[in-house]
Design a protein around this ligand. Structure first.
Ligand SMILES: Nc1ncnc2c1ncn2[C@@H]1O[C@H](COP(=O)(O)OP(=O)(O)OP(=O)(O)O)[C@@H](O)[C@H]1O
Ligand SMILES: [Mg+2]
Length: 415
């Protein structure tokens, strides 16, 4: 069937891949780019809805409206059934994800001049850590969304297994491989036997020794760097007298993409205003400006940019004059390392748990496929290298391996 596809709906970026000329091919969803940021902007003056890079640009160019990002993170959580205000109407978060799904499906169909009816959709091992009921809710929700978007048949595949199918194409011998996919929202790990001889086998379950995952990814690194380097300038961890500090959850909401819209509500503003007398006015005025002028997303963009630049630069200086005249901040590699240290340890524990589920040790692994956008971080590469100093690590295809693997899986399933 030529109208099959693989969909990698990522926390930060998405892809759709199809079968073309007997090969798996990712569609150039935006210009020459195969990835589209998983972002929607609902513009309010002209009722325009824009997606991907356009959505980010509309936000940056100060159009009036709402930017939504990291929507995959709501699946299976308490927000799964919640609504949010879009143009004065309360809309379920799942309808917003559906808008995005329909957009990428129609875009791919238009560009490739084909109908896409059959989809293998990637899913993390854990949408919600260690909770089978919530994980089922998340997958069922995604299936309903895909069906409403017009797909006739839908199957799911674990994202690291999909990545492994892409990696397998580069192998010449059988290998026991550890797949580590560190994306925007989750880290997903599989231990799997791969071989060029296995590529036509339909059911790969018997080759897979273990799957494991944890809800830690690039957006957590951003959040923790934000809390470490920028939120203190708005009062995070600052005293409010009587040996008390500002409530931390307020700052967690301000630095978490999928919660940011909560902070522009009257209730949130009231919860800040109660500290008018107890918080130093320098911080109080800044935090109030951030919520009144809706600046939290700009802060998150600045932090993500810093994180990426800190893979090559020892330190960066960031202009925060959009918050206060001539405000700026220095952020160093050391700050980033401290901010994400707990996350790294957690990832390390999850890797070891996956190995023990597979009943093997680190030494049994022949090679590692380290993929996902966050695997481009120098600190991540160093960390994985320190756990496996003698093992070959392949770090290619960090943004396209899951999407391409999902098409390979769809070919196996539907062709
Ligand atoms: N050069 C880079 N250095 C550091 N981080 C990067 C770099 N490029 C991208 N990232 C980060 O990678 C993350 C996105 O990766 P990716 O596109 O693989 O995630 P995703 O597939 O959307 O998420 P998930 O699979 O977790 O749902 C973002 O957090 C982004 O900041
Ligand atoms: Mg991913």
């Amino acid at each position: 069937m030529s109208n099959l596809c693989g969909i990698d709906f990522g926390t930060s970026n998405s892809t759709i891949g199809i079968l073309k000329d007997d090969k798996a091919k990712l569609v150039n969803l935006e210009g020459l780019s195969k990835t589209i940021p998983s972002a929607i902007f609902y513009e309010e003056d002209d009722n325009l809805t824009v997606y991907g890079r356009n959505a980010l640009n509309y936000y940056r160019e100060n159009y009036n409206g709402r930017l939504l990002r990291s929507l995959k993170s709501i699946l299976g959580t308490s927000l799964n059934n919640e609504k949010t205000f879009i143009r004065d109407t309360r809309i379920p978060f799942t309808d917003i994800i559906q808008d995005f799904f329909m957009h990428i499906k129609q875009q791919a169909e238009h560009i490739e001049q084909t109908n896409l009816d059959y989809a293998v959709i990637g899913r993390p091992i854990n949408f919600v850590d260690g909770d089978d009921i919530k994980n089922k809710l998340a997958q069922d929700t995604l299936e309903r969304i895909a069906r409403n978007a017009g797909f006739k048949d839908i199957a799911f595949q674990y994202e690291p297994i999909a990545a492994s199918l892409k990696y397998e194409q580069s192998l010449t011998n059988e290998e026991l491989v550890l797949i580590i996919d560190i994306g925007g929202g989750t880290t997903d790990i599989s231990v799997i036997n791969l071989s060029p001889k296995f590529t036509n086998i339909k059911d790969r379950n018997k080759h897979c020794l273990a799957n494991h995952g944890v809800h830690i990814g690039g957006t957590d690194f951003d959040k923790h760097l934000n809390l470490q380097s920028i939120m203190p300038l708005l009062g995070y961890n600052q005293s409010i007298g009587n040996n008390m500090i500002m409530p931390r959850h307020l700052y967690h909401d301000m630095s978490t993409w999928h919660r940011i819209n909560n902070i522009y509500t009257p209730e949130f503003k009231r919860s800040i205003m109660q500290f008018k007398k107890s918080l130093d006015p320098i911080y109080y005025n800044r935090v109030l400006d951030v919520i009144e002028d809706k600046l939290a997303s700009s802060i998150c963009f600045t932090v993500e940019e810093s994180k990426i630049e800190l893979s090559t630069d020892i330190s960066v200086n960031k202009d925060l004059s959009f918050i206060e005249h001539s405000l700026n901040v220095d952020i160093t590699q050391d700050d980033l390392s401290k901010a994400i240290n707990n996350d790294l340890q957690h990832i390390g524990i999850t890797i070891d748990e996956c190995l023990s589920q597979a009943q093997i040790t680190r030494d049994d692994i022949n090679s590692i496929f380290l993929t996902g956008g966050s695997s481009q971080m120098a600190l991540i590469k160093q960390y994985v290298n320190s756990l496996f100093p003698n093992t070959k690590i392949d770090n290619s295809d960090s943004l396209s391996s899951v999407g391409t693997g999902l098409v390979l899986d769809a070919i196996n399933k539907y062709k």
